[in-house]
Design a protein around this ligand. Sequence first.
Ligand code: FES
Ligand code: FES
Length: 194
Amino acid sequence: MTTTDTRSQSTTSTLRLQVNGREHELALDHRTSLLDALREHLGLTGSKKGCDHGQCGACTVLLDGRRVNACLILAVTAVGREITTVEGLADGEDLHPVQQAFIDRDAFQCGYCTPGQICSAVGVLAEARSGWPSAVTPPEGGVQLDEAEVRERMSGNLCRCGAYANIVPAVLDAAAAELPAPGIETAYHEGESR
Ligand code: FES
Ligand code: FES
């Protein structure tokens, strides 16, 4: 619900945002990005600001389960939707399979891009489960979540440390853990070109 402050013709409204299963009431300037609302107003600094221009993916969060660049979304447009940040992926002490795979594969160096990579990967798994094609999906045969698919689908998430060599296997490991469904090829073979 959004309440506009008409008394002062203010550019600020009181918004209710649903973040990681909790409702938060915030008075925000209408021009506040979702990323700034999360980081500066809610203290959820997991989502990172890399470019603030939709170029790097460091700010990726899930909106109703679909990945978005939080720097390109106005917070007011997220009212009534479920926002999930990297802080909301774990189930208590149990990490999300994607988080665990990133640790197991040592899929980061400085870690700045990692929250965005992880949220994006969670979105990728959901897309694959739903059978959504990417630019490299063959017209026939459905989604084979292999290395090429992961690279294509994760191409909006840049890593300045160049940790892709471990990020791709991590996403495939998580896919294998989450998507044992027949017809989805998730194996990453050691020694293959990366
Ligand atoms: S900070 Fe949002 S895409 Fe770079
Ligand atoms: S781990 Fe440093 S930018 Fe990706």
